[in-house]
Write a protein that binds this ligand. Structure first.
Ligand code: NDP
Length: 287
C-alpha cells in the first residue's frame, strides 16, 4: 500500500489561520507583531527565503521590516544594527538570514540577538531552555515537524526516531524535541557506520542531509514515517528532498513531499514565534 501523504502545505495553511486569529486579537489592543529580517549581501537563495518570509508576514497582517546590508559590511555595523532592533519596541522578532559573509562571525551575531526576540530559536540561551524543557522559541524546522506529526495524530511517545543529520539548526534540535516527547532517539551523520542498519530500525525517520535521492527504499522499514527535510536540486534543476520519493512511498506508512512538506511549516513556525513574542511583550506591558 502507498504511504499516506503528510501535506505540509495544508497543515501550514491551517496553522496560519490560527496565527492570524491571534494577530487580530493583538492588533485590536494596539500591538502589531513585527519581524525584522536582516539580509547581508546578495545570495540568491537567501533573497528568495527572505521574500517568502516578508510575504508570510504581510499575509498575516504583521509588520515586516527588511534590512538589506552590503556584502562588505563590517561585523561591528551589523552588531550595532541588531542592538538598535533589540531596543525597538515595535520589533518582536529579529532574524539574520544565514549564511553571512566570511568576515562576520555568525556565532557572535546570533548571541547578540536578544533571546526574547530570537524567533529562530538559535540563541544558546533558547537552545538551553529547549534542552531543559522550558518555555522558549523552538527552532522553526524541528518545531514544524512536531506540529505536522501532531496534526496527523502520529504518536511519538516510545517510538524509535532516527535522525540523519546533526546540524545545529535542524538535526540536533529535531532529536531534542522528539526526546522531549518521550521518543527514543538515534542520531546519524557522515561518520555513522552502516547507516541502513540504523535507519531500518526507525519508526520515524527524519532526513536532514542535503543530498538528493540519499534515502532509498532500502533505508526504510515497512510502514515507517518518513520526514524529508532536504531542499536540493535534482539533475534537471527541480526542487527535491533527500528521499527518493517515488520508491520510498511504496514502502513507508507516511511520507512528506518536497516541495509542500517541511518547507511551508518552517516559515509558518517563524510567524508563530513572532506572534508569540509580541504576545509576551504585550503581557509584560500589563504586569
Ligand atoms: P548541514 O549541511 O548543516 O548538515 C547536514 C548533515 O548531514 C550533517 O550533520 C552531516 O554530517 C550529514 N551528512 C552529510 N553527508 C552524510 C552522509 N553521507 N551520511 C550521513 N549523514 C551525512 O545541513 P542542514 O541541517 O542545514 O540542512 C540539511 C538539509 O535540509 C539541506 O538540504 C537544507 O537545504 C535543508 N533545510 C530545509 C529546511 C526546510 O525548511 N525544509 C530548513 C533548513 C534546512 P556531519 O555532521 O558528520 O558532517
Amino acid at each position: 500500500m502507498e504511504a499516506i501523504l503528510i501535506n505540509g502545505k495544508e497543515i501550514a495553511q491551517k496553522t496560519r489561520m490560527d496565527i492570524a486569529e491571534e494577530v487580530k486579537k493583538l492588533k485590536e489592543n494596539g500591538n502589531v507583531p513585527g519581524l525584522a529580517v536582516i539580509l547581508v549581501g546578495n545570495n540568491h537563495a537567501s533573497r528568495t527565503y527572505v521574500n517568502n518570509k516578508e510575504k508570510a508576514c504581510k499575509d498575516l497582517g504583521m509588520l515586516s521590516l527588511l534590512i538589506e546590508l552590503p556584502e562588505s559590511l563590517h561585523e561591528n555595523d551589523l552588531l550595532a544594527k541588531i542592538k538598535e532592533l533589540n531596543e525597538d519596541p515595535t520589533i518582536h522578532g529579529i532574524l539574520v538570514q544565514l549564511p553571512l559573509p566570511k568576515q562576520i562571525n555568525e556565532k557572535k551575531v546570533i548571541e547578540s540577538i536578544s533571546p526574547e526576540k530570537d524567533v529562530d530559536g538559535f540563541h544558546p540561551i533558547n537552545i538551553g531552555r529547549m534542552m531543559t524543557g522550558q518555555e522558549t522559541f523552538l527552532p522553526c524546522t524541528p518545531f514544524g515537524i512536531m506540529v505536522m506529526l501532531k496534526e496527523m495524530e502520529i504518536e511519538t511517545e516510545g517510538k524509535h526516531v532516527v535522525i540523519v543529520g546533526r546540524s545545529n539548526i535542524v538535526g540536533k534540535p529535531s532529536g531534542q524535541l522528539f526526546l522531549n516527547e518521550n521518543a527514543t532517539v538515534t542520531y546519524c551523520h557522515s561518520r555513522t557506520k552502516d547507516l541502513k542498519f540504523h535507519t531500518r530500525q526507525a519508526d520515524i525517520l527524519v532526513s536532514a542531509v542535503g543530498i538528493a535521492n540519499f534515502i532509498t527504499a532500502d533505508h526504510v522499514s515497512d510502514g515507517a514515517v518518513v520526514i524529508d527535510v532536504g531542499m536540493n536540486r535534482d539533475e534537471n534543476g527541480k526542487l527535491c528532498g533527500d528521499v527518493a520519493f517515488e520508491t520510498v512511498k511504496q514502502k513507508a506508512g507516511y511520507i512528506t513531499p518536497v516541495p509542500g512538506g517541511v518547507g511551508p511549516m518552517t516559515i509558518t513556525m517563524l510567524m508563530y514565534n513572532t506572534m508569540k513574542s509580541a504576545k509576551n511583550a504585550s503581557m509584560a506591558q500589563h504586569v
